[in-house]
Design a protein around this ligand. Structure first.
Ligand code: ATP
Ligand code: MG
Length: 574
C-alpha cells in the first residue's frame, strides 16, 4: 500500500505533491534526519486564527501526519503587550476543530516560546562573550538614520566595538531593570554593509516594562521574533520550519544565529531548515490580524465569530466544515508564488463536501400564501421525500399537505416574462413531492400587492403514484403546509466586502465593506428541521446549504445561517 492510499484511508488530506514534500523526500533518501520529520505551527496568541492560518495548519500538521512525524503547536509569545490566554484558548480550539492533535497518550507537543526566556537570555550572553553581539546605546532615530539604504551600506554604531565585558555588564543591567525603555538594545554583530537589511546588525533584545500574560513581570528585556524563532525550532528539534514568503529575507539571519550557537557548542548539526511558501490570500476576505481586530473593536461585525468573518471561528459559525477547509488547502496546493484564491473556490469546496453529506429539506424564505381551493378544508395528507436523492438507504422524510401552503414569493409572477415556467394565472406546476396545481387567480391588498395565490389541484397527480405521469409540467416548486411548517429565523449572509481585494494598494478596507452583507428573514422550514441540533447542516432545496447556528439555534426554536447558495451566482445578474 503506498502512502497516498494510506492517507485517503485515514481521511487525511491526500499527499498532493508539493515542493516541500520533495525536499523532505530528498532528506529521507539522504538520511539527513534519519527518517524524522518534525514541523511546528507557531501562532502568536495576539488574535484569532483566520483562514490563512488554516493553510499553514493543514500544511504543517498534514505533512507530519503523512510522514509519521509530529507537528508541534508552539505559541510564539514574546510580545508582552498584545498576547493573552483568551487567544491561546481560541487557537487550541481552532486547530482541534480543523482535525489536528498534538497531544498523545504519552507525549504533549504543545510549547510556548515564553518558556524559553531563560535559555534565550543565556544564549544572548554567550553571543556577547563570543564577540557576536553588542549593546547599542543609540536612540531609535539614530539607529534608523544609520541603517543605510539599498545603495548605501549602514554606518556602524559608535558602540559597536564595546568589549564583551562592557557589553555583558550593560546587558545584565538591562535585565535588572536599571535602564529605561529604548535606552539600550542588544544587537547581533553581523555586517552593516550587507545588501540584506536583516543582516545589518539586527536588534535581538529590547527593554520593555510590560506585563506578560504568562511570565508576569519577571522580565523587562524581551527577545525579538527573528532571534526567538530559530532558537525555539532548534530547542524543539524541528527538522523543517515552514513559514510564509515574507520571511525569505530573514533566512540568512535564521541560519546565522543557529550557526553561531552550533559553533558555541549549544546545538548540533544538522540545524533546522527554514522553507518558505506563499501565503493564502482569499478574495473578499482580509487575512491580517490587525485589521480583523479593527473590524471587531469598531463594531463593523458582531465579534470574532461573526459568520461573515474569515476567522476560523467565523467560518465555523457560518457553517463551513473542517473537511471543506482541508479540501480548499489541498486544491490550492503549496507553491512559492503569491496569488489570490477566489472565494468561490472555498465555497465550491463546501458544496463538494456537503452535497453528499447534507440531508435535504424544504424552506420557504420569502413566504407567499398559496390556497388550493378544491382541497378539502380541515384535512391534511402526508407527502414524503428522500432524505438524500442519491442515498435511498438514508430513508425518507415526511410532511403534510393541506389547503393552505407557503411558497416562495418569486415562484409566482402575475405577468411572467418569457421563459417563466412557474406559477402564473392559467399555468400548471408541480408542487414538489405533492400534486400538480393550476393557478386560478390572486388576492391583493389595497396597494395592489399580491397577498395570496389561488389554485386547484389534480387529485390523481400525486408524486409517486401512477397518475403523476399523466401530467407534463415545466415548473417544479417547493412549498410547505401552513399546518406543519416551523417558523425559523434565517440569516442570509453575503460577502463582507464589495471589492475582491479590499485592502489592495494600501487603501482603506473599511470603505469596501458591503452594507448588505447580513439580512435576517422570518422563514418557514420543514417540520423535520424543527429540532435541528446546533451545527446540523442541511441543503434547503433550491436555496443552498444552511447550518443551525451554533450559538443561537435551539432545538424547537431553530436559527439557520446560509453557508452558501447552491450555485456560484455572486456578481452575476439574478
Ligand atoms: P501577525 O501579523 O500578527 O504576525 P500572522 O498572520 O503572521 O500575523 P502568526 O500568528 O505569526 O500570524 O502566524 C502563525 C503562522 O501562520 C505563521 O507561520 C505564518 O507564516 C502563518 N500564516 C499567517 N498568515 C498566513 C496566510 N495568509 N497564509 C498562510 N500562512 C499564514
Ligand atoms: Mg507573524
Amino acid at each position: 500500500m503506498n502512502n497516498e492510499r494510506k492517507d485517503a484511508d485515514r481521511g487525511d488530506a491526500p499527499a498532493a505533491s508539493n515542493f516541500i514534500r520533495n525536499i523532505i523526500d530528498d532528506d529521507n533518501r539522504s538520511g539527513k534526519w534519519g527518517q524524522r520529520v518534525e514541523t511546528r505551527f507557531p501562532p502568536e496568541p495576539n488574535g484569532y486564527l483566520h483562514i490563512g492560518h488554516a493553510k499553514s495548519i493543514c500544511l504543517n500538521f498534514g505533512i507530519a501526519r503523512s510522514y509519521g512525524g509530529v507537528c508541534h503547536l508552539r505559541f510564539d509569545d514574546t510580545n508582552p503587550e498584545k498576547e493573552s490566554f483568551e487567544y491561546v484558548d481560541s487557537i487550541v480550539d481552532a486547530v482541534r476543530w480543523l482535525g489536528f492533535e498534538w497531544k498523545e497518550a504519552d507525549a504533549d507537543y504543545q510549547y510556548f516560546a515564553s518558556d524559553y526566556y531563560g535559555k534565550l537570555y543565556e544564549f544572548a550572553e554567550l553571543l556577547i562573550q563570543r564577540g557576536k553581539a553588542y549593546v547599542d546605546s543609540q536612540s531609535a532615530d539614530e539607529m534608523r538614520a544609520n541603517r543605510g539604504s539599498a545603495t548605501e551600506p549602514g554606518v556602524p554604531s559608535p558602540f559597536r566595538d564595546r568589549t564583551p565585558e562592557e557589553n555583558l555588564d550593560l546587558f545584565r543591567r538591562m535585565k535588572a531593570g536599571e535602564f529605561k525603555e529604548g535606552e539600550h538594545v542588544l544587537r547581533a554583530k553581523i555586517d552593516m554593509a550587507s545588501p540584506n537589511f536583516n543582516m545589518r546588525d539586527p536588534v535581538i533584545y529590547r527593554i520593555r516594562f510590560a506585563h506578560h500574560y504568562r511570565t508576569g513581570d519577571t522580565w523587562c528585556v524581551y527577545p525579538m521574533y527573528d532571534y526567538t524563532h530559530c532558537i525555539s525550532d532548534a530547542l524543539e528539534n524541528i527538522t523543517h520550519s515552514l513559514c510564509t514568503l515574507e520571511f525569505e529575507d530573514h533566512r540568512p539571519l535564521y541560519d546565522w544565529i543557529l550557526n553561531e550557537l552550533a559553533e558555541a557548542g549549544i546545538f548540533t548539526r544538522p540545524l533546522p531548515q527554514q522553507i518558505e511558501f506563499s501565503r493564502l490570500n482569499l478574495t473578499y476576505a482580509i487575512t491580517s490580524k490587525r485589521k480583523l481586530l479593527q473590524l471587531v473593536t469598531e463594531g463593523h461585525v458582531d465579534g470574532w465569530d461573526d459568520p461573515r468573518m474569515p476567522t476560523i471561528v467565523g467560518v465555523r459559525r457560518r457553517g463551513f466544515t473542517p473537511e471543506s477547509i482541508q479540501l480548499l488547502c489541498e486544491r490550492i496546493g503549496v507553491t512559492k508564488v503569491d496569488s489570490w484564491i477566489d472565494m468561490s473556490v472555498f465555497e465550491g469546496a463546501l458544496r463538494d463536501d456537503l452535497d453528499d453529506k447534507a440531508p435535504r429539506a424544504a424552506a420557504v424564505l420569502d413566504p407567499l400564501k398559496l390556497i388550493i381551493d378544491n382541497f378539502p378544508a380541515g384535512t391534511t395528507e402526508t407527502c414524503s421525500a428522500p432524505v438524500h436523492p442519491h442515498h435511498p438507504e438514508r430513508g425518507t422524510r415526511s410532511f403534510e399537505i393541506s389547503r393552505e401552503l407557503w411558497i416562495e414569493r418569486d415562484d409566482f409572477n402575475e405577468t411572467p416574462p418569457k421563459g417563466f415556467f412557474r406559477l402564473f394565472p392559467g399555468n400548471k406546476v408541480r408542487l414538489r413531492y405533492g400534486y400538480v396545481v393550476e393557478c386560478t387567480g390572486v388576492d391583493k391588498d389595497a396597494d395592489g400587492k399580491v397577498i395570496a395565490v389561488h389554485c386547484n389541484y389534480f387529485p390523481d397527480s400525486k408524486s409517486g403514484t401512477e397518475g403523476a405521469n399523466n401530467y407534463k409540467v415545466k415548473g417544479n416548486i417547493h412549498w410547505l403546509s401552513a399546518t406543519d411548517a416551523v417558523p425559523a429565523e434565517v440569516r442570509l449572509y453575503d460577502r463582507l466586502f464589495k471589492e475582491a481585494q479590499p485592502d489592495a494598494g494600501g487603501r482603506d478596507f473599511l470603505e469596501a465593506l458591503n452594507p448588505d452583507s447580513k439580512r435576517i428573514v422570518n422563514a418557514w422550514v420543514e417540520p423535520g428541521a424543527r429540532d435541528a441540533e446546533p451545527e446540523q447542516r442541511y441543503q434547503f432545496e433550491r436555496h443552498g446549504y444552511f447550518v443551525a447556528d451554533r450559538v443561537d439555534s435551539k432545538p424547537g426554536k431553530p436559527v439557520f445561517n446560509r453557508i452558501v447558495s447552491l450555485r456560484d451566482s455572486w456578481g452575476k445578474p439574478a
